[in-house]
Design a protein around this ligand. Structure first.
Ligand code: RM4
Ligand code: MN
Ligand code: MN
Length: 424
């Protein structure tokens, strides 16, 4: 479904007077408002191709209808999000869920929607029809060399597809691990995984990166072979300069200090990418910022500080992506909310008074340091995020416009009520 420019313009003109009042107020409050707005305009968040349908759990799946039936329709959905918020300008594909058959046509469609291809994702956590070996006991770690070889070749095939599409990175998330004590020799599993990753690394084009994503548990419940940032960093360091750690917010044990992890990975030049979501218990894949918005802000605070310390480009130098699953909400509405929460946390982090914070740290003035951070977090910067959208030609209130234009009803009309998207 296409949203026309005039629809956005009439939506914006209705909301404009109220928006301008709020913007004028916040510009008085925040010193560098114009600088923040420009950074927000530049910032883009990748949307995963596997999160455009209704997710579900192993207990059930309740489709909201009109789900994209193929990669073309997934691109159209992301194009629509991008039209609404001008901040969802990248798509991340999961292979083989979203293999492009007609590459030139897919590239043209992506360009037509103003999108680019983000990191490619391999899948060695499910068995695919027709494949010779099963991943029941792991893939890159497997005790049987033939299974490892199959998984390595799949990753190299994903790189090949990514090269054709113009992607520049491969994300490897492994379900590998063990469910029971004694099942695995940890050291051998690590070494097999490392050797397999080395073969994949050797197939990377010169200008590509590989991201090693870690996860503490699930689907294996006793050990995970890339279980935390320490293990991921070990692999990344042993692999070489094109290998980085990828942080998925839902992949930590409860209460992990993710902002500290991010800070140290950046210090080491080994943070490569991000998967945003939120959780209360584990890998819940909930809407970013829906549970712990202060934590999201604190993470962005370290990201901005750490990237600036290394002179990094906020938009280009890390791969930013949402990785969520939508069980009860409309996936598109959920993604709009996630992008909004991420942009807001980024804006808040940009507004932190860094000079004052450093002084408070140097003076061991703990109360002052807390005040500085909470001042940034509690100041309502939503008008700056909205203004960035307005200047980029998008909607002041994307979710409202999404609903007012009956997008879901239109999608159901054209695609049907009982469609099922590949993915989570
Ligand atoms: C995993 C992990 C990966 C994603 C899969 C679908 O938990 O987060 O990034 O590709 O889910
Ligand atoms: Mn992830
Ligand atoms: Mn996950």
């Amino acid at each position: 479904m296409n949203l026309e420019n005039y629809q956005i313009e009439s939506h914006n003109s209705e909301l404009l007077p109220k928006h301008q009042r709020k913007l004028a107020f916040i510009k008085e409050e925040v010193g560098n408002a114009e600088g923040i707005i420009q950074k927000l305009i530049d910032f883009q968040i990748g949307i995963p191709s596997w999160a455009l349908g209704t997710g579900g759990t192993r207990f059930g799946r309740f489709s909201s209808g009109g789900e994209p039936r193929n990669i073309e329709e997934k691109i159209e959905d992301i194009g629509l999000l991008h039209k609404l918020n001008a901040a969802s300008g990248a798509i991340s594909l999961h292979i083989p869920w979203d293999t492009a058959e007609n590459v030139p046509a897919i590239k043209a469609l992506v360009a037509q929607h103003g999108l680019v291809f983000d990191a490619m994702n391999s899948n060695t956590f499910q068995d695919q029809a027709g494949s010779a070996h099963s991943y029941k006991f792991g893939s890159l770690q497997h005790v049987n060399k033939a299974v490892r070889k199959q998984a390595i070749e799949h990753n190299i095939e994903v790189i090949r597809q990514g090269v054709e599409l113009g992607s520049k990175a491969l994300t490897v998330w492994l379900a590998d691990g063990s469910c029971f004590p004694g099942q695995l020799n940890f050291r051998k599993a690590f070494q097999n995984t490392l050797e397999s990753l080395q073969e994949i690394y050797a197939a990377l084009p010169a200008d590509w990166k590989v991201f090693v994503e870690y996860k503490a548990f699930e689907p294996n419940f006793y050990s995970t072979t890339v279980g935390d940032w320490g293990q991921s960093l070990l692999y990344a360091n042993k692999l070489g300069p094109k290998a980085f750690t990828l942080v998925d917010l839902g992949h930590h044990l409860p209460n992990a200090n993710i902002e500290q992890i991010v800070s140290l990975l950046l210090m080491e030049g080994k943070l490569g990418g991000f998967h945003f979501n939120d959780s209360k218990y584990g890998d819940d894949d909930l809407t970013a910022g829906s549970m712990k918005p202060y934590q999201l802000f604190l993470i962005f605070n370290e990201l901005v500080e750490g990237m600036d310390a290394r002179g990094m480009n906020h938009r280009e130098d890390l791969a930013w992506m949402i990785d969520a699953s939508h069980n009860v909400k409309d996936p598109l509405e959920d993604l709009l909310q996630s992008v909004e929460a991420i942009m807001l946390a980024y804006a808040q982090a940009l507004s932190v008074d860094r000079v004052a914070l450093q002084k408070a740290q140097d003076d061991n003035d703990v109360a002052r340091a807390q005040e500085i951070l909470q001042q940034a977090f509690r100041t309502d910067l939503r008008p700056l995020v909205a203004e960035a959208r307005l200047r980029a030609g998008a909607a002041l209130a994307p979710l409202e416009l999404f609903r007012a234009s009956n997008v879901r009803q239109e999608l159901i009309k054209s695609r049907g009520l009982k469609t099922v998207a590949t993915g989570l």
